[in-house]
Design a protein around this ligand. Structure first.
Ligand code: FES
Length: 384
């Protein structure tokens, strides 16, 4: 290689270690913070079982070691056990990300027999009222039963609860519920503002006071509970001054395959303008990862503009999140506006200020729930 030229991304690039198989966008829940694209219902094509089996084999051959089955609700696919069995046979560590709907004792046993390693069960709150309101379904009791099924089958109990303005004040009860259900891990993930959560940002963003209280209470529980449960508390990045290294770097570790077979470096990248993403029906996983324009576009740093280009932190945060840069600054190559060096940082500051204005009416607007009919309406207005 000519010493004067920067290395091509492929020459220093590792494999797609983490494969996220979004096997369907179908979901019985209607969460107001769902991370699926707003226009998810525009196209309801799904890869066949054979296609998914091929994707699993190709990704494993390309170096993937962990496979998450996600959605929508992955249990809506009745071939899930077949896919898990193949992933297990290929040597993946397998993970199911589920709302619990559809996880009967029989299916759990079949998934166990297929070799499923790990289940992450999501809750919306510790009370039936708020859980069922936020998911717009009656699922609270079902989730409690599913937690028992997970324990009965000997899987580690990993609970996830998206935290936001409407449930953050009950964080103590959420932690206590996780302990009662025997969870070994609890992820308290503050909502980040993408997709449906961005539509509902004004209603979902907590105040600074709420956030600080929740973090303090979480730390008290951590001390009190010790090794009994590991609690992760993820702060909303709007409250940070420096952006996250989103997806651990664009096209660096994560490969998402959407229900229709589109391969993406993150689950919302399809919204980015001027980028074509390949489909696993047309291209093999290795070529997608190393050679496709969509995966190569934001690798390295030659795409960066100032302030990122000359920033001493650019290796650390890689300019933040490309999707957030597009959503807030209108330019996917801009600095993530979460960064206080971004010329668009004021947009984040203003959203945070609104969330901290006592009596601010925006927080009281009705939520927009994820729903296929709503998705098609919003897609028709250009929302993605
Ligand atoms: Fe797409 Fe951050 S979510 S790059």
């Amino acid at each position: 290689m000519n010493a004067a030229q920067p290395p091509s991304p492929a020459s220093t690039l590792g494999p797609p270690l983490w494969l996220l198989a979004e096997v369907t966008y179908r979901c019985p829940l209607h969460c107001a913070f769902c991370y699926n694209p707003v226009d998810f219902a525009r196209d309801d094509t799904e890869l066949s079982t054979e296609d998914w089996l091929r994707v699993l084999r190709e990704a494993r051959a390309a170096g993937s070691v962990q496979c998450g089955f996600s959605g929508g609700e992955p249990l809506m696919r009745d071939d899930l056990e077949v896919l898990v069995a193949e992933a297990h046979r290929l040597g993946y560590y397998t993970n199911l990300l589920t709302s619990g709907v559809g996880l009967t004792a029989e299916r759990a046993q079949a998934l166990k027999a297929a070799g499923l390693d790990h289940i992450q069960l999501s809750f919306q709150d510790s009370t039936r009222e708020l859980n069922d309101f936020l998911s717009h379904t009656r699922t609270f009791d079902l989730k409690q039963r599913v937690a028992g099924i997970i324990k009965d089958n000997g899987w580690p109990m990993v609970m996830n609860c998206v935290i936001h303005r409407l449930n953050i004040d009950y964080i103590d009860r959420i932690i206590e519920m996780a302990v009662e259900l025997g969870a070994e891990y609890l992820e308290l993930a503050n909502s980040q503002y993408y997709s449906w959560a961005l539509l509902n940002r004004d209603q979902l963003m907590p105040s600074r006071e709420q956030l600080e209280r929740a973090e303090r209470i979480t730390n008290e529980y951590r001390q009190r509970l010790g090794d009994r449960i590991r609690i992760f508390f993820v702060v909303p990045d709007y409250y940070e001054k420096r952006p996250k290294k989103c997806m651990n770097g664009w096209g660096n570790v994560f490969l998402t395959v959407t229900p229709d077979g589109t391969a993406l470096p993150c689950h919302t990248a399809r919204m980015l303008p001027g980028l074509e993403f390949p489909n696993v029906r047309d291209m093999d996983v290795k070529s997608i990862w190393y050679d496709s324009e969509g995966f190569n576009r934001y690798r390295g740093d030659s795409w960066m503009k100032d302030p990122c280009r000359t920033c001493p932190d650019k290796e650390k945060d890689h300019g933040g999140c490309r999707c957030q840069a597009y959503m807030l600054a209108g330019d996917p190559a801009a600095a993530d506006p979460v960064c206080d060096k971004s010329p668009d940082h004021h947009k984040v500051v203003e959203a945070v200020e609104r969330a901290n204005t006592p009596g601010w009416k925006g927080a009281e607007q009705p939520l927009i729930f994820r729903d296929p009919a709503r998705s098609r309406e919003l897609a028709a207005c250009g929302k993605r």
